[in-house]
Design a protein around this ligand. Structure first.
Ligand SMILES: [Zn+2]
Ligand SMILES: [Zn+2]
Length: 316
């Protein structure tokens, strides 16, 4: 019977979800095609994972790419109106990868560039990226660093004739917000912090029913301030703060976010032992599935605002 067969497939899918890991993700949400050829829209979907190329959505799509840059952070967002946003650009040695990744998607310009905070694993690759692409507006928190990476990035931005806009909670980065699409800056809430990580620009994107949260390296102090501000932190997909370090993802914060998927951008066998076990377990206990760049490679979330699909580079 057809119905019975469908139930078995659904049960099998649920089992795979509970097993975690990229292999199962690829099967459930992803296509078997190379993600970069055809990461989009027609052959995978949250709602109809087993339809062979039968899923066509007419709604405009939003795609969020979590680019595997080793130990660092880099996310690239394609908005439904064609505008793009880069959040961090990984360490210096990942610049070429980030450039070719964005070019492969068909872009020669980036509308919004956000440096969450001036640590080299986030801004190291940004100088080359800024030199390479046509750039719209550059956003940074009001934090400085005395590293040569930071000063050479400032020089590159200046050479492009761009001024840096300061970003903090409430700053409007993306100008095309509608009732369907909202891009909010939730942190930094305060003007000064002891830890550079807490200057991290935290961004929440809401597209229809689907909510994505990008934490940079924000730590406990910043999390507490966002909770105190009563911000709506709930998200379907979170880019976990500070590579899954125990400095971040406090119990109360994890509970507020209540994510379905927790993406950790992290290098294989990194010196910091990121992600920390207790943090991974905290997200899992809260009901989230962990997806790690060191295990899955590049991760792509696409959504029409109603449902979302996740595709990963490795596995399957
Ligand atoms: Zn970092
Ligand atoms: Zn940092």
């Amino acid at each position: 019977m057809k119905f019975k067969k469908l139930m078995i497939i659904i049960l099998a899918a649920l089992f795979c979800i509970s097993m975690c890991g990229c292999d199962s993700l690829e099967r459930i949400f992803g296509s078997s095609d190379p993600y970069y050829d055809n990461y989009g829209y027609d052959n995978y979907g949250y709602n109809d994972p087993y339809a062979d190329n039968k899923y066509y959505s007419v709604a405009p799509q939003l795609a969020s790419h979590y680019i595997d840059v080793g130990q660092g952070d880099c996310e690239f967002v394609e908005f439904p109106d064609g505008k793009t946003m880069l959040i961090d650009a990984g360490p210096a040695d990942s610049a070429d990868k980030v450039i070719s990744y964005i070019e492969r998607l068909g872009y020669s310009s980036i509308d919004y560039v956000v440096a969450t905070h001036p640590h080299t694993d986030h801004i190291g690759g940004m100088k080359k990226v800024i030199e390479h692409f046509r750039i719209g507006t550059v956003y940074m928190p009001d934090a400085e660093s005395n590293t040569s990476t930071y000063s050479s990035l400032l020089k590159a931005i200046d050479k492009k004739g761009k001024k840096i806009k300061k970003a903090k909670a409430g700053t409007k980065i993306y100008s095309g917000s509608t009732s369907q699409l909202k891009v909010q800056t939730l942190a930094p809430v305060m003007d000064s912090y002891d830890s550079l990580n807490n200057y991290s620009v935290v961004i929440k994107i809401t597209y229809g029913k689907v909510r994505l949260l990008y934490m940079g390296d924000a730590e406990r102090e910043s999390e507490e301030q966002m909770i105190k501000k009563n911000y709506d932190l709930s998200a379907d997909i979170i880019k976990v703060g500070h590579h899954g370090s125990s400095t971040s993802s406090s119990q109360s914060f994890v509970k507020k976010v209540n994510a379905q998927f927790a993406i950790i951008s992290v290098g294989e066998n990194n010196d910091y032992h990121h992600p920390h076990n207790q943090v991974v377990n905290r997200w899992i206990k809260s009901g989230a599935e962990i997806i790690r760049t060191d295990e899955c490679g590049d991760i792509v979330v696409t959504t029409d605002g109603d449902e979302f699909g996740i595709d990963t580079e490795k596995g399957g």
